[in-house]
Structure formats: structure tokens, C-alpha cells
Design a protein around this ligand. Structure first.
Ligand SMILES: Cc1ncc(COP(=O)(O)O)c(C=O)c1O
Length: 429
């Protein structure tokens, strides 16, 4: 029996993975064309036809509109600024609460705080890791204005139910769809089920231009407010046909043409890129069926996944080894495996003050005096999942192939076969 790499043996994989790279000759040629022209960004902050940016930003927005079948797409320079733009578009401000999951990238909650509003964390589903729809209604208060559902790892949250809850309580559903382009829920594309849907084009995402974000919406007013806050909000452009002053704090959240042009051709390849992720993920799920210690990701009925990451639940009872020891052994075998992220409310900024009403926090949440806590134990499921149960891998994407999938399974099986020795050496902790 081969010796585990963690105990001094040879690893299953010794080569580094080839990087995921969606930048090809077309993207390079398009970027060069913009550089040659010398106009890297086309916005003018005062009202004229360039208020919405240069021609390539419009081309990217058109591509998103037709890909996602929506009335409006507004490009931003990141999904973080896009999320903030959504908060501005729906008028979130001090005293408001916005429900968010704790298991996501920090920007989901920070966008709420950028408006002086309070993020209220609702725990996740133990098996699908998205915000638990069952716990949303009881967290709604008279201050609640919106819920941000994150389609985590590429799996749609329970969006149809969440939309129903939001409608019943008169609050707005926003989808943070940074990780789930082209996932579907009841036949609808994620990002288009809430009133606003946010996409990311940062370098880790399925398609990328370094940094970037896009908001999609069918709401004309939100689309206008998104454009205003993106571009300084100094004026209402004359061609919108309304003679009124702009009434919004404006930022510079502008995506330049130079970056937009790199994203445009990738929108056309998104389907192909996601299909390959799904193919590799299904191969991995099939192969893991014989590996009791790891549960393949559960799919929500009537939904499809887009596998930004492939999440597994580690079952400690099978080998009597902790997740951390198993994870260390997997990593030592040279395959990609990791935990996800610290639940957001356990980040230092929340732990330092514990409650939004804490005087230290008060400068951020002026006048907020309601009960809301960020203490450890606020969302027990996410804490258990992150501390003891989850293992994610990013191998389900090109240029990886079947070989990388079977290697991952071989590494897991090798650990199972050597579990006694591992337990003797590392203990069960
Ligand atoms: C769920 C989620 N929301 C928001 C973001 C922020 O994206 P960006 O880096 O484009 O600001 C990310 C990025 O990792 C994300 O995964």
C-alpha cells in the first residue's frame, strides 16, 4: 500500500495545476485595438451620450442583456461596487436592515454597511450551504428592507421560495450571483429571479477581465440609479428626457472600455465554459459515490449548478479522523482542496464590537439601537460546516481534464486505505 505523502510517501500529484485562463487571441487583439486608439475609458460625468461609458461598455451590457434576457445590464468596476450600487438603487440607508448569509465573500455584507445599514446574518442550509429560506421570515423586522441571496459555489439559493417570502413581507430580493453565471432555478437563469442580480468579472470567476461587475435588472428606475451612482451622479443625462436634478451620492464605479473589451468575447463562451465545469463535476460526483467519507454536493430540485467551486461534506464518523487531518492529508497528496471562508460575522470588524448598537460600531450604524448580535454561535450551522465539515476543490474547470478528477479521487481513496496509520500518527483531532 502506497505511503501517504503526509507521512513521508510520494504524493499522488506532484505537478502544479495549469492555471484557469479564459484570455485568448481574440481578447488580446481587442485590448490592443483599444490601446492603439488611446481612449481607454469613455465616460463623461456630465450629461451627454457618454454618461454610460464608451462603446465597448455598451457592447458588454448588450451581451449581458441578450445572454440573460433582461431589460437592463449596468457594468461596474467590480461586483463589490455593483452590490453597493444595488443598495443605492433601492435606497438602503442608516437604520435599515438587510438580510444576508454569513457564508459568502465579505463584499455581500460590506455593501450593506457601505450604506450605513445593518447586515443581519441568517444561517445556511447544512447540506447546500446557501441562506436557509426557513429562517428568513423570523429574521424580518420592521427595519428589514431587502435580502441578498448568494448563489454559493454555483448552486442557486432556494430563490423561488425566498422571492415569495420577500414579496409577502414587502422587501426586495437581490441575488449575489458572482459565483453562479448560467445556473438555473425552475428554468430561470440565476441573477434574473430577484429584482437585481450581480455578476463578478474578477480574475477568479468563470469569465474575467481582471476586475469588473455587472448588474442585471428589468426595473427601469433601478437601472437609472445604478448608472447615476456609477458615474458621480452629478446630472441626469439630457437624453433620459427628464428635467430634474440628480438625487444620489455618486461614486466612480466605472468599468473602462479597456477591461470591458476583454470580457465581451468571453460572454459568448460562457455556456461552453460552464458546460465543461458541469461535465467535470458530474464525473467527480460519480467517482465519489464509492468514497463514503466525502459526500458529493447535493443539488436543489429543479435547479442546475455552475460549479464555481465543488463543495463536499466530510463525514468524520466514517474514519474517525477530523476534517482538518483529512484535509491536510489531501493537500499533501498534491490535489487542490481547501476550507471555504470564515463566516462573515466572525471577521474582526464584527467581533470587535459584537453588536451594531455598540458605541464603537455606532459611528457606522448611526442611531441603530435594535437587538442584533454578531457573537460566535449566531449561526451555528455555518460555524460547524466551516470548522468541521466542508472541503472544497476548484479542479472542476478547464484546462483540467478527467485525469485531475480521477487523481483527486485516488488521493481520497489512498487516505481511506491508510486511515489506521494516519490515526496512529496524527490522532483523531
Ligand atoms: C459571492 C461573491 N460576492 C461578491 C464578490 C465580490 O466580487 P468582486 O471581487 O468582483 O468585487 C465575490 C468575489 O469573490 C463573491 O464570490
Amino acid at each position: 500500500m502506497a505511503k501517504l505523502a503526509l507521512l513521508g510517501g510520494d504524493p499522488v500529484r506532484s505537478d502544479p495545476y495549469l492555471p484557469y485562463n479564459t484570455i485568448g487571441e481574440v481578447e488580446k487583439a481587442r485590448a490592443l485595438e483599444i490601446l492603439d486608439g488611446g481612449v481607454l475609458s469613455g465616460y463623461v460625468a456630465r450629461g451627454n451620450h457618454q454618461f454610460g461609458g464608451g462603446p465597448v461598455v455598451s457592447e458588454l451590457e448588450d451581451a449581458f442583456r441578450s445572454q440573460f434576457g433582461v431589460r437592463h445590464a449596468v457594468a461596474f468596476n467590480s461586483a463589490t461596487s455593483a452590490l453597493h450600487g444595488c443598495m443605492m438603487a433601492i435606497g438602503i440607508g442608516p437604520g435599515d436592515e438587510v438580510i444576508v448569509p454569513p457564508y459568502t465573500m465579505s463584499a455581500t455584507a460590506m455593501a450593506v454597511m457601505m450604506c450605513g445599514a445593518v447586515p443581519v446574518f441568517v444561517d445556511i442550509e447544512a447540506d447546500m450551504f446557501c441562506i436557509d429560506a426557513d429562517q428568513i421570515a423570523s429574521s424580518i423586522t420592521p427595519r428589514t428592507r431587502a435580502v441578498i441571496a448568494v448563489n454559493l459555489f454555483g448552486l442557486p439559493a432556494d430563490l423561488i421560495r425566498i422571492r415569495g417570502i420577500a414579496e409577502a413581507h414587502g422587501i426586495i430580493l437581490i441575488e449575489d450571483n458572482a459565483q453562479a453565471p448560467l445556473a438555473t432555478c425552475s428554468g430561470q437563469l440565476t441573477g434574473t429571479i430577484g429584482s437585481l442580480g450581480v455578476f463578478s468579472l474578477n480574475r477568479h470567476k468563470a469569465i474575467q477581465c481582471g476586475e469588473g461587475g455587472v448588474v442585471v435588472t428589468d426595473d427601469d428606475v433601478y437601472a437609472e440609479r445604478l448608472q447615476l451612482c456609477r458615474n458621480h451622479g452629478e446630472v441626469i443625462p439630457p437624453d433620459w428626457g427628464r428635467d430634474e436634478p440628480a438625487d444620489i451620492v455618486g461614486y466612480n464605479y466605472r468599468l473602462p472600455d479597456l477591461l470591458a473589451t476583454i470580457a465581451v468575447p468571453q460572454v459568448g463562451r460562457l455556456r461552453e465554459l460552464i458546460d465543461e465545469r458541469v461535465r467535470l463535476a458530474e464525473l467527480l460526483s460519480g467517482a465519489l459515490a464509492g468514497v463514503e467519507v466525502l459526500s458529493a454536493p447535493k443539488l436543489r430540485p429543479d435547479c442546475t449548478h455552475s460549479y464555481y467551486l465543488y463543495p463536499m461534506l466530510y463525514r468524520r464518523e466514517v474514519l474517525g479522523l477530523s476534517r482538518d487531518v483529512f484535509l491536510a492529508a489531501l493537500k499533501a497528496e498534491g490535489v487542490h482542496a481547501a476550507q471555504y471562508v470564515t463566516p462573515i460575522y466572525l471577521l474582526p470588524i464584527f467581533q470587535k464590537h459584537q453588536r451594531p448598537s455598540d458605541p464603537g460600531f455606532g459611528r457606522m450604524f448611526p442611531g441603530y439601537d435594535a437587538e442584533c448580535s454578531y457573537g460566535r454561535g449566531t449561526c451555528p450551522t455555518v460555524e460547524r460546516v466551516e470548522d468541521e465539515e466542508i472541503i472544497v476543490t476548484n479542479i472542476c474547470r478547464s484546462p483540467n481534464s478527467d485525469r485531475e478528477i480521477f487523481e483527486f479521487v485516488a488521493a481520497a481513496v489512498k487516505i481511506v486505505d491508510n486511515a489506521d496509520e494516519l490515526r496512529d500518527s496524527k490522532g483523531s483531532a
